[in-house]
Design a protein around this ligand. Structure first.
Ligand SMILES: [Fe+2]
Ligand SMILES: [Fe+2]
Length: 253
């Protein structure tokens, strides 16, 4: 990673952390932030489960076991945010319904990608990123960066919450999520080391760090252009719309 990328990473992460912290501190915007996290965390579960099945089918039991734990952790993270929303007397998102809605809105795949994911996975089509197709190296390195950053972002977010009893229990939940994300980053890095060795792993990590910086810039640019909502800050969900893939599989069956 070059020096400029390093600087931009620090500046970009700092700016995002500031915006997220202030929107989670503000009781008016807090429910939206929690709902966004619930979607992202729960949304990654079918993707990870499909990868677990693929690892099993390819005879990599070591990785399959870890992907299985990863999927169940993300399910739990979604539940923690759903519980947080319930405590604020906000309606919890019906995830299945949201997915159905997305299925009928008829927009092309590329348009549905958030500016963040479009920039992060620049050069890859939706098809390349499906769990049955994605290059393992791409999955491992891209997810490693997101998990590593999420582990730090969630600590900042937890600490931005006020100290009333309801917020304190949410804070505890979010700190436990941060711990899980650290664990995810570490098994992903271990898998890269096993498969590629230290030098190639470092090179890949640098490449995806640069992509993350570019994706943060694209997010900020989009924010300025639309003059609106920053949306989801901790990006850790599935890069593809699993509801569509599953619906296509069902049609094919
Ligand atoms: Fe998570
Ligand atoms: Fe995670």
């Amino acid at each position: 990673m070059n020096f400029l990328t390093q600087l931009l990473h620090i500046a970009g992460s700092g700016a995002i952390a500031y915006i997220t912290a202030s929107s989670v501190r503000d009781p008016k915007t807090r429910p939206d932030v929690l709902a966004g996290f619930q979607m992202a965390e729960s949304g990654s579960v079918p993707f990870l489960e499909a990868l677990r099945d693929r690892a099993n089918a390819e005879g990599d039991e070591w990785l399959a076991v870890r992907l299985d734990k990863h999927a169940s952790d993300e399910k739990r993270h979604g539940q923690i945010f759903a519980h947080g929303l319930k405590q604020l007397n906000k309606k919890v998102i019906d995830f299945a319904k949201m997915q159905e809605k997305k299925l009928v809105d008829g927009r092309p795949d590329e348009e549905k990608r958030s500016p963040f994911f479009a920039a992060y996975f620049n050069g890859f089509s939706q098809n390349d990123l499906k769990p049955q197709n994605i290059d393992w190296t791409v999955f491992l390195a891209s997810t490693y960066i997101l998990e590593l950053d999420a582990s730090k972002d969630f600590v900042r977010i937890a600490n931005a919450l006020p100290n009333d009893p309801v917020s304190l229990s949410l804070k505890k939940g979010i700190l436990s999520i941060a711990d899980d994300e650290t664990g995810h980053a570490s098994y992903l890095q271990e898998t890269m080391q096993q498969r590629l060795g230290t030098a190639k792993t470092q090179q890949l990590i640098d490449e995806w760090r640069t992509r993350k910086v570019n994706a943060l810039m694209a997010t900020v640019e989009n924010f300025v252009r639309k003059g609106g909502n920053m949306g989801q800050m901790v990006e850790e969900g599935s890069p593809v719309d699993m509801a569509e893939i599953q619906a296509a599989d069902q049609r094919a069956a």
